[in-house]
Ligand binder design. Structure first.
Ligand code: ABU
Length: 549
């Protein structure tokens, strides 16, 4: 109740007298936004001078309520200042420093750990500086990663989750969150197109682990003896994935003891889609070598090109050979929320498992990734070890809600609440509009690139997802005949522009080579705050930074 009585005050408290120091001078927020905030009566309380109090003075110390409120209100001011700046186009996305500079310490920001406690004022300075030297991934001109933006309801959910500070292994410690997970998984399964009787799953730490789960469970489905006997009890297995798919498939094969060589890489067309005919040939080749095919990964939204594999054709191949079909929709799953775009994932309902990361296109704060498994009970059977100190069978409630034994973890973070809260706040339709907006931005960028002579698209067809891939052609390279020398010089353009971009901090975009294509930029849109003016800015900024190359 005390905190509810907070008022934003224009008057200065002792902490605010030191605000220039705390906020690094020019970072001081505009008055009224993050100005003095104090609990009633705090002015008279010497314990609210944060330069003289320590973490031991906060709750649960008797009488620590007022100081705890003061500390958190100051923290909220710091966070609000950051959120406002992240939404200001004129503010920098990053204030880049090399690792050695950050390690040496900057303007009083030291990474070293002290033997003696530091006062709460310094702790707040550390919070502010941590954000100051980080990257504003919520800035509308941050295009570097598939996950971007900062959904404020999601952030509220994240904060509540950390406040609850509980663990997802049993119903007894996470009753509400486990039921929310069930609700979300069912909703996502029905959106994928599975029927009521089908569907299981779990939220886990990231798409790479979701993909690992799919292989783990598929292998168990075919060879349950692997759980106790290991790989020596199994024939030499073969997995299939496209050359544009995520590297986590090969990594998972290595982690799971099958070896990354067991992954057969299937060629793609020029747009980055797996060629189903080539999949059929790869399966035949693997069989001829004495390998036993069991798993195919199809990608819905590849990381670089944003391509969608032909799911129906791939599902037909899997049916013919009785293989497990996994769809890695970590990036593309968000399109299922859009009536306009979900057609691109036609056939996903035939998958035996699906990876879907709401922390990407749907904008849930990191991290939030689901592995959905069609066949019920497999996850539990595959992973359960029935540790009796957690999963007692004589509990007085329905122990099927003790879902922690489905996972390969023990402790598990609550990743569901922020998504559940966002879904409440937006509705499914709100997510659909958000996704449509990201794809509209991609189409706008595509059209701008088509018009300009100083840029070249990596492929001419309209983007299917929000990925747009292109080269910048500096004046010195324009009009040169194609050939190894031009390619070598073009390969150096994107990294040089990116280096300058990081130093200036005005915008951020990624680059990579892929196949025979030398380094090119990949722009991705997942932040609904981004507008056409930001797309225009990106192109002008690349042209400005690259004009002398
Ligand atoms: N597959 C993880 C995300 C990669 C990216 O943000 O570019």
């Amino acid at each position: 109740m005390l905190c509810c009585a907070f008022k934003i005050k224009a008057s200065e408290t002792r902490l605010e007298d030191k605000e220039d120091r705390i906020m690094g001078g020019s970072n001081k927020p505009s008055s009224g936004q993050t100005g003095g905030v104090e609990p009633p009566g705090a002015g008279e309380n010497p314990h609210t001078d944060l330069s003289r109090v320590y973490s031991k003075d906060l709750l649960p110390t008797a009488g620590g309520e007022s100081l705890t409120c003061k500390f958190f209100q100051e923290l909220v001011n710091i966070l609000m200042d950051y959120i406002f700046k992240s939404n200001e186009r004129s503010s920098k996305i990053l204030d880049f420093h090399h690792p050695h500079q950050l390690k040496e310490g900057l303007e009083g920001f030291s990474l070293e750990l002290p033997d003696h406690p530091e006062p709460l004022e310094q702790i707040l300075v550390d919070c502010r500086d941590t954000l100051k030297y980080g990257v504003k991934t919520g800035h509308p001109r941050f295009f570097n990663q598939l996950s971007s933006g900062l959904d404020l309801v999601g952030l509220a959910g994240q904060w509540l989750t950390s406040t609850a500070n509980t663990n997802m292994f049993t119903y007894e410690v996470s009753p509400v969150f486990l039921l929310m997970e069930e609700v979300l998984l069912k909703k996502m399964q029905s959106i994928v197109g599975w029927c009521e009787e089908e569907g299981d799953g779990i939220f886990c730490p990231g798409g790479a682990l979701s993909n690992l789960y799919s292989i783990l469970v598929a292998r168990y489905d075919f060879y349950p003896e692997v759980k106790t006997k290991g790989m020596c009890a199994l024939p030499r297995l073969a997995l299939f994935t496209s050359e544009h798919s995520h590297y986590s498939v090969r990594k998972a094969a290595a982690v799971l003891g099958m070896g990354s060589d067991s992954v057969q890489v299937v060629p793609c067309d020029e747009r980055g889609k797996m060629i189903s005919r080539e999949l059929e040939s790869s399966i035949a080749e693997a069989k001829a070598k004495g390998l036993v095919p069991f798993y195919v990964n199809a990608t819905a939204g590849t990381t670089v090109y944003g391509a969608f594999d032909p799911l129906t054709a791939i599902a037909d191949v899997c049916d013919r050979h009785q293989l497990w079909l996994h769809v890695d929709a970590a990036w593309g799953g968000g399109l299922l929320m859009s009536r306009r775009h979900r057609v691109k994932l036609q056939g996903i309902e035939r998958a035996s498992s699906v990876t879907w990361n709401p922390h990407k296109l749907m904008g849930a704060p990191l991290q939030c990734s689901a592995i959905l498994i069609k066949k019920r009970g497999l996850l539990q059977e595959c992973n359960q070890l029935c540790a009796e100190y957690l999963f007692q069978t004589d509990k007085h409630y329905d122990i099927s809600y003790d879902t922690g034994d489905k996972t390969i973890q023990c402790g598990r973070h609550v990743d569901v609440f922020k998504l559940w809260l966002m879904w409440k706040a937006k509705g499914s339709e709100g997510f659909g509009s958000q996704v449509n907006k990201c794809l509209e931005n991609a189409e706008y960028l595509f059209k701008q690139l088509q018009r300009r002579a100083d840029f070249k698209l990596v492929f001419e067809s309209k983007p299917e997802h929000s990925n747009v891939c292109f080269w910048y052609l500096p004046p010195s390279l324009r009009g040169l005949p194609p050939g190894p020398d031009t390619s070598r010089r073009l390969h150096e353009v994107a990294p040089q522009i990116k280096a300058k971009m990081m130093e200036e901090g005005t915008t951020l975009i990624g680059y990579q080579p892929l196949g025979s294509n030398v380094n090119f930029f990949r722009c991705v849109f997942s932040n609904p705050a981004t507008q056409h003016e930001d797309v225009d800015f990106l192109l002008e900024e690349i042209a400005r930074l690259g004009s002398n190359l």
